[in-house]
Design a protein. Sequence first.
Length: 477
Amino acid sequence: MGVGEFCAYVSMRSAYNFLLSQKEIPYTQLLLDEAIHKKFMDEEVDFKYLAWLEEEYGIPNLWPYLYIDRVIMNGQLVREYPYNRATLSYYEMLQRLQITAREIIKFLDKEKPDFLFISVIGSLGALLLYTIAKKKGIKTFNLDYTRIGNGEIITEDYRTFTWANKLFEKFQRGEVKSSRDKEAREFINEFRKHPAPYVVETGIWAPRPTTRLSQLRYLSPIKIAKIAGWFALFTFRYLIKKERDYTDEIPWYSAWDKLKRKTREIRGFSDFYAIPDFEKDFAYFPLHLEPEIGTLLYAPFFSDQIHLIRQIARSLPIHFILYVKEHPSMVGFRPRKYYAEIAKIPNVKILSPNVSSLKVVEKANILFTIAGTAGWEAVLLEKPVITFGDVFYNILSTVKHSVKIEDLSALTLSQLKNFKPNNEELIHFVSALLEDSVDANLIELWEKEDQGEDERSQGEGLKRLAELIAKKINLKQ
């Protein structure tokens, strides 16, 4: 597209080594997060500098940069959820924050990039890079999913869909008519006739076996042999690794965490599950993945889901039940005491992960979510929705965004009494999403190195995505 030079902020050493070895894209500088981490102990905390940093780049203070980082703040990703212990002391956190900010500011001042492209904001460095770049007037472009097929979309602000929203507002005002109006109507009608979940989970977050019998299969000799082989290879690679980083999993801790998870799965959670009664009035709150940016970035003050469930439960009319369902990808990760705390709440019942979430959404009187895709499914099915986080469908008038927990009861009552579906508004919004996105199955490409028969279609998808990025940065009309 005519861009001759690139620079990059790189999270992991494996990616850094790959970028150094490849010859296709010229990088003027690669700034490695793990290399910055190795230097933080030599950094003397300068509180005057931190005060300046907070004044200049605070959101509104500096804590969000630390709390979004699951490794530093919770010890997770290197340890399995629900492990929750900070890997740095308070003073060390300040050292790490300070040196990372210094390096990123120096990096941006030297490189002077025309734009920043970022796909995930999920760490101290990524959030600093994004915020500092925006404050410096550098154009920022985020990659996200439309939750419509394989749609990929570009936005200037991770909280919303910048250009799709502008199109949507034009459609609403009647200034222009969408060329994708018919397609939008067909998508909505088809979804209502045959609701199907939007699934992007891969790898560790893929849906997990939920029955005790399926878990006992791991005790077969073949499975045990495979596990032993995995552990031996994992340990060998770790021991011979020349440079160890703070993001590296330690084999024996990893094995211990997986053993505890497997023990929980074999014991099971079925004694907590209730059979849903769809003939009575009820609200629905699907639990979110943890740790994930849905709670860490989009709604950091609502990340304690048990506390939030308590507040939702007490906001409901007295005869309502609140159904809570585990995310299929989290089965086995949460300890039994987590569900026990939820089960203590009088008007709350826990549903099995095997219950169809879409079936619950279809029958629910109202849905609550932090920033989940279930909320989007509820919107498509003309259900009242209350969100607690920054999510793309908050722009719709039928969706209410709760920012003050003390007002939740009144907001809930208003949604239950006054909710009216707005199908034309929804058609305009879906039309805007379709017009401002491209079909590119990035998840499949990310996960599968050998595309086989899909190689051509994946290449075409990537080309469409590249052209969309080029259009947003004015390289192509």
